[in-house]
Write a protein of this length. Sequence first.
Length: 76
Amino acid sequence: MGQILVRDLNDEVIERLKNRARNDGRSLQSEVKLILEQAARADVKAARKLANDIRKRFKGRKLTDSADLIREDRDR
């Protein structure tokens, strides 16, 4: 198996990865390996198809502007 060395990674990123690994019950190495494997398997065509399917489902619907909802919530 190959190895990868990532240099100059931001300390904040490392902390977030460590926290994520701890929360998932994995080592930092296992967590990073899983993230990289998932990213490498990402199927862009499938993701685009899913996004288009969702757009089709909502086509023609009148949706509330989220900015209005946020403003309403903040004004409470």
